[in-house]
Design a protein around this ligand. Sequence first.
Ligand code: MG
Length: 271
Amino acid sequence: MIRTVLQYVAVCWLVILAGCAARQVAIESDTFQYVETDTGRWLVHDVNRPAPAVVSPGTASTQSESGKAPSDAIVLFDGTDLSAWTSGRGGPAEWTVRDGYMEVVKGLDSLMTRQAFGSCQLHIEFASPSNVTGSGQDRGNSGVFLMSNYEVQVLDSYENPVYPDGQCAALYGRAVPLVNACRKPGEWQSYDIIFHRPVFEGEKVARKATFTVLHNGVLVHDNVQLEGSTYWVNEHRVTEYEPHEDKLPLMLQDHGSPVRYRNVWIREIAD
Ligand code: MG
């Protein structure tokens, strides 16, 4: 008799726990975002979404890669010092500077430019660590955040599968690059970014941001409209637009990986 009662109680608890788990999933999935694309309807950060084709960038690159900035550009890093930058937590920028590059130092926070920018043309070169560790988002993760909000993902996506809207050159959680034009870990790569800022009227977005991005000289975003902001909220959701100033600092992300940057310059353009 006692055994039967205990079995009954155990079954009741299992049913209750299962119910809680189901409700938890339902609550969480209510917050997931989906996106309609040419390849179907996908969750944000969906590992099943088709990955873009891998292409070798060859030696294609922009003329200015590892060269001199245009005469009318604002040079944000010329290989010598971090005077154009501050730490994201306030105070001076403290990343390592050596041999013409700056390198993320885990825990010293992201870097932000002292000057604020809106719509712009940005050139930046980066290299993921040649000492490959981790996988997925834990391999060479950093990011170039226009206006501190809109991330062009930096990741070692050379033979490192990950959800395609979070791979290298993705507009994080918002747009998959047209192709994967990554170079090998440790090799210098470039982004050339044409960014038009979002325009807000009160609490509303009057005009969404747009991105055109070349990765190692290869077009990966062709005047793509950004549907919202790009910060991680949960495994299938990123942040929405929130009204902000017309100009905000450019930010380079400390995501814990010793990613290197060099030759960073920017030109302000009309909205
Ligand atoms: Mg990142």
